[in-house]
Design a protein around this ligand. Sequence first.
Ligand code: HDE
Length: 693
Amino acid sequence: MKNKPQEEPTKKQQQLEDYKVNHEEKDLTTDQGTKVSNTSESLKAGQRGPTIMEDFHFREKMTHFDHERIPERVVHARGFGAHGYFQVYEPLTELTKAKFLQDPNVKTPVFVRFSTVVGSRGSADTVRDVRGFATKFYTEDGNFDLVANNMPVFFIQDAIKFPDVVHAIKPEPDNEVPQASAAHDTFWDWVVNNQESAHMIMWLLSDRGIPRSFRMMEGFGVHTFRLVNEQGKARFVKFHWKPKLGVHSLTWDEAQKIAGKDPDFNRKDLWDAINNGEYPEFELGLQIIEESQEFDFDFDILDSTKIWPEEQVPVKIVGKMTLNRNQDNFFAETEQAAFHMGNIVPGIDFTNDPLLQGRLFSYLDTQLLRLGGPNFHEIPINRPIVQFHNNQRDGFHRMTIDQGKVSYFPNSIRNNYPMPATGKDGGFEHYQEKVDGTKIRTRSESFNDHFSQARLFWNSMSAAEKKHIIKAFHFEVGSVKDKTIRQKVVDMFNQVDHDLAKEIAKGIGAQPPTKKNTTTITATSPALSQENTIKTPRTRKVAVLIDEGFNYNELKQVKVAFQKQGIHLEIVSKTLSPVNSAEGDQVEPQKSFANTHSVLYDALFIPGGQHIDMLSGYKETKDFINDTYAHAKPIGITNEALQILPNTLVNNIAYMNDHTGEVYSNLGVVTVNDTHDLTDFTQAFIEAIAQHR
Ligand code: HDE
């Protein structure tokens, strides 16, 4: 599908236009612009003779191809980006002087790259992993990068341990197995030797590790930053992205199956939504702590393994980001996008969080390797929308033609220009935090509590979420071959919760913990449970199974009702050949059983009609119903189609609705018998879809 934006392009999108090239109806040329007469036969000495050196076109074409790849990101290699804009709801002048947070009428262009962390560039989208959520704001003050994740805490407290945790979680070095997975010995060996990871592990093994969609995840800046206002007053801040569609996840069985059926599931979902004009929206939230309150909490606010519970420090919603345009070229935009924590603007500043401090080094360093030199900021996707002026010069791939003799400061030939600007004139001035200490390689004692918040997270989960976490432990730790490591995991998580540890032990052949956890922490944070999230049917995707003789009128009624709610129907049949309804209307299926599966949908609808005689004979129909049911997703069935249920898992609920005209809805299965008006049925079905499961 063509990328058809329906909104005015932002300033960044306009800037990118200058670099776009349309090849339609153009003659083929070399890189030097010389027209080429034949690009399919190399130049040979005789028809059956050897290729000759003189073939400049062959050499150029092949050399360029040989050099097409750049190193993939060492982490977050697999990702997908989109353009959009950000608007603040009201001026945040009291909090910050950052220009893009002042005027609700200003649309600040953004580019967002979502990613998984561990897998290679070609790995599947739906693996259990942290998701990256990196946003580049192209502001009038220069670029601000908010390089976030979909989990608010991290594995470690000090950046110097990052190479260790990444080595441990990446495929094991002898055989490069497993791909995109934490379910192996080296990772869990690392975990039990680094107990500060307990809280993050709880997040990773929760439903947050397998999001339904990039559009349905939160984003967290993780670190504590500072906001600084015009008067120089600073406050501590944590950044949040809140998706307007709520936070929703796959089940583990779905995630694994999708990884095979459609490894591009999440990127296609984002691409399609934007092309459909269903622009993903995320609200920006701020948690603020006054400097005077820095030590008022039972955790250290500089510790990245801790959240600020939202019930304790409320999230103030201050603006909204809308993603309204797909990229034109994956490599040029997503792959070459270079995020860096040091891309900061006046009004926002850093803190001494040791994880943040280390990231400030790593991101620039990694771009130098990945993008081949110091001029990566000139690549179109990375360029600020304001012109840069300085005395940095030369290096690989310099695009800017700097004019004049002067490339140093101070100078008299050009009256010191380009000249540093004072703070008043918009120059970035670092917040003057007083720092005073002995040089020391130790960690602050205030970082030592690794289990209280892991327990808070566990306490805050619903019964279903807890079950998923236990099952995730069984899969992840059950994949570890070394029994002593498995036992150590049980003992480690006994410090989070005794019952949790006992349940983990049961599934992995380990001894249940002998010592009871004596913690008295019973607090919960309702904001942590996905059960309390926004629930809407919008943009959900429903499979409709049909075959010859289906009831067209029923399909039409459901379709009209669904369209009003922004729900998509996809027609699935045995083959892609057109299907005749009982009424004689023809419908062309979008998918056949051969190229789709129930895991790729949010719900299933089977209309009535005589087609049921054929449909019920197919194994795939039963698989569709059984899988949808097993994954607790809504199933809508009308009239004759009810006959199919006795042979499926749905069998054991009261599905066969004999009460004429009444809608029966239980556990997400919505049925109706003997009616031609489906109003109540569609309403109940839509409500079930909104519930997600
Ligand atoms: Fe990253 N991280 N990271 N990270 N990170 C990278 O930079 C690093 C951390 C995050 O879409 C790398 O350009 C260190 C936390 C995202 O291009 C690298 C530490 C958070 C992305 C790097 C962390 C993140 C990266 C690899 C420990 C959430 C993808 C390629 C201190 C707040 C950005 C690159 C994109 C990428 C280093 C921890 C988020 C190597 C040293 C915490 C979303 O520089």
